[in-house]
Design a protein around this ligand. Structure first.
Ligand code: NAP
Length: 277
């Protein structure tokens, strides 16, 4: 029992399961609901969606269909950039809850610091949702250290997480360090670099050594870092299961050094309105 609890703890980051399921571009109603259901019944307990993914309803259907209690699921969604004015945050967050078919979400993110984002106007709305019990945690996404400093100054609620692109070709050392220093968890999105990690020789070599998949290696490399969770998107049962196997893959120092040594740098999600552009 003690061992089981230890294992469970290792898989959680401040109550957030460290391996979750991403759902961007999983928009077909049947496929999306089925992948969420399969993931939950396989053991996943963290599901990531967003207003902009146009699938909150299907994600909600998958949660309702699964033989898992809603209270046991860590559900995250994000407010799109055009909805970041105070009243729109409140109003569209409630619409998201309706589409998801839930009374609260475990984490609500500001999707990008862009468009209608204005910390003094936007973030008090997140505080209000938090105080009203409609959201359990406040998160941000695609924030740089300067935005994180500003958000922490304005928010009353703790800043729980910053969701950013992160994988072996974009290690995000500065943001990981910021997160550790300020108790802001990192949620790694596009943790497979949208498929690009599969072609990296160093990842292939480590995968071969452990008789694992390249996806598992990329995920295990992320999950071995303090303060980091990862949300690979997978829509087929095989991929969902393969990624879940990353929790059982332990990389040794030599493997980690090899992956840390990859000098190819790539960013897969890079819209013109991103704060780094
Ligand atoms: P990703 O997770 O890096 O890669 C997804 C791709 O890899 C899909 O084509 C998927 O195929 C494939 N795949 C998954 N597991 C596989 C496996 N074991 N073997 C082979 N192929 C596999 O990309 P992502 O969707 O960009 O990122 C993940 C999640 O992060 C998103 O879904 C979303 O929830 C979140 N995200 C957030 C932001 C943000 O701005 N906050 C931006 C991007 C992404 P199948 O679908 O066919 O299984």
């Amino acid at each position: 029992m003690a061992q089981r609890e230890e294992l469970d703890d290792e898989r959680l980051l401040d109550g957030m399961p460290r391996l979750g399921l991403g759902t961007w571009e999983n928009t077909d109603a049947g496929t999306c609901a089925e992948s969420v259901r399969q993931a939950l019944e396989m053991g996943y307990r963290h599901i990531d969606t967003a207003q902009a993914y146009d699938n909150e309803e299907h994600v909600g259907d998958g949660i309702a269909d699964a033989d898992v209690d809603r209270e046991d699921v860590f559900l995250a969604t994000k407010i799109w950039t055009s909805n970041l004015a105070h009243e729109d945050v409140i109003h569209t967050a409630k619409e998201s809850l309706d589409r998801l078919g839930v009374e609260y979400v475990d984490l609500l993110y500001v999707h990008w610091p862009a468009d209608e984002y204005d910390p003094e106007d936007t973030l008090p709305a997140f505080d209000q949702l938090y105080d009203d019990g409609l959201i359990e945690n406040v998160g941000v996404s695609n924030f740089e250290p300067r935005h994180l400093d500003e958000a922490q100054d304005v928010l009353d609620a703790p800043l729980f997480a910053n969701q950013v692109e992160m994988h072996p070709m974009l290690p995000q050392d500065e943001l990981v360090e910021y997160g550790r220093d300020n108790d802001v968890n990192i949620v790694a999105y596009s943790p497979l670099a949208r498929g690009e990690v599969f072609d990296v020789p160093e990842i292939q070599e480590v995968a071969e050594k452990h008789d694992a998949s390249a996806a598992q290696v990329s995920l295990a490399w992320l999950l071995q870092k303090d303060g980091v969770a990862a949300i690979p998107k997978a829509s087929s049962e095989d991929h969902i299961r393969d990624n879940w196997g990353a929790l059982d893959l332990e990389l040794d120092d030599e493997d980690v050094a090899k992956i840390d040594g990859i000098d190819r740098r790539e960013r897969e999600v890079d819209p013109g309105f991103a704060p780094w552009n």
